[in-house]
Ligand binder design. Structure first.
Ligand code: VAH
Length: 318
């Protein structure tokens, strides 16, 4: 079997660093080329091969795909919801034009499979709030959500017009202990753990009752690999699959952390991100992913909290 050559774009981000590691375990270290905008990767030193890449530079992207004879692309680079509202045009340019370059070049160079992350941010104030359906109303109210909703239709277009096998997941808020998220509305659910493990009080930028769909990174990475491994005929959704892990409020998360960090204190000072969070659903119906590629989450709130604290404490020892 010809060896795969996988390009991960945005490999130094919250998803990218874990997905790169998982892909290297699966395909071999040298079969997975990590790339990101910074010159030196901020991953641990042994993570190579690495190539600096500004994905908005289409010529540089084309040269990399051609020179490396790339067979799969995981395009993760994006500006998230909160930062996107501070820089709308830059968010649109990065999120949208980079996807179009990846889709065009994947067709031109015969890339076999493409993965592109969408988000529950494609839903908006008029979407169903509970168990939001796969075909629910997607009227996002953030530039990030608009770019993800538009990107989903572009992925479907390139599948239908050119037969490009591009697959996508609407990730909920992702929680991980390795890489800090950057500029998202769900970032509180990561930052709170860093305060918890230091037993420092935490100020949450959302109201305590704000329930959002979330997922532990271990589940998100496994879902991504399972989606990409599924037989092509099983993939019935060519925009992006709803995916659900667990839903909780900041207060519920704080209560679970306090069980393992007695006396842990959280206060709530909502900022501009509250309005973004209020526009999103509280829970997601992912029955299409369950049916088409047998999705099943493994982590509930208790398991995620204990695993997060265990790993953050272990990292403190290093
Ligand atoms: C954000 N973490 O907060 C991302 C995610 C559902 C939220 O897309 O913008």
């Amino acid at each position: 079997m010809d060896q795969e050559k996988i390009l991960v774009i945005g490999a130094c981000g919250q998803i990218g660093r874990e997905l790169t590691a998982a892909l290297r375990l699966k395909f071999g270290q040298m079969q997975v080329l990590a790339s990101d905008i910074q010159a030196k990767n901020n991953l641990s030193t042994e993570v190579f091969p690495y190539q600096q890449l500004d994905v908005t530079d289409a010529d540089a992207l084309e040269k990399l795909i051609a020179d490396e004879q790339v067979t799969q692309i995981y395009h993760l680079a994006a500006m998230l919801s909160a930062n996107g509202e501070k820089n709308p045009k830059k968010a649109w340019d990065l999120n949208m034009n980079s996807l179009l370059s990846v889709l065009d070049l994947s067709v031109k160079y015969g890339v076999k499979k493409v993965f592109w992350p969408s988000s529950i941010a494609v839903f908006g104030p008029d979407s169903e709030k509970t168990n939001t359906p796969q075909q629910g109303i997607t009227e996002p109210s953030t530039v990030y959500g608009i770019s993800k909703a538009a990107g989903e239709y572009w992925c479907k277009y390139y599948f239908e017009k050119f037969g490009l096998d591009v697959r996508s997941i609407r990730y909920p808020g992702l929680i991980s202990y390795t890489g800090a998220p950057g500029g998202g509305t769900t970032d509180y659910a990561v930052d709170i753990f860093h305060h918890g493990v230091e037993a420092k009080p935490f100020t949450c930028f959302l109201k305590k009752e704000t329930v959002l769909p979330m997922m532990y990174m271990e589940d998100a990475i496994r879902a991504t690999l399972e989606l990409m491994d599924a037989p092509v005929d099983n993939i019935k959704v060519r925009t992006s699959y709803n995916l659900s892990g667990l839903s909780f409020s900041p207060e519920e998360l704080a209560t679970e952390i306090e069980k393992l960090v007695p006396g842990f204190k959280v206060d709530y000072t909502p900022d501009f991100r509250q309005q973004i969070a209020d526009s999103w659903p509280g829970s997601i119906d992912d029955s299409a992913a369950q049916t088409d590629w047998n999705w099943k989450p493994a982590y509930n709130l208790e398991a995620m909290v204990s695993d997060m604290l265990l790993n953050l404490r272990a990292l403190q020892e290093i």
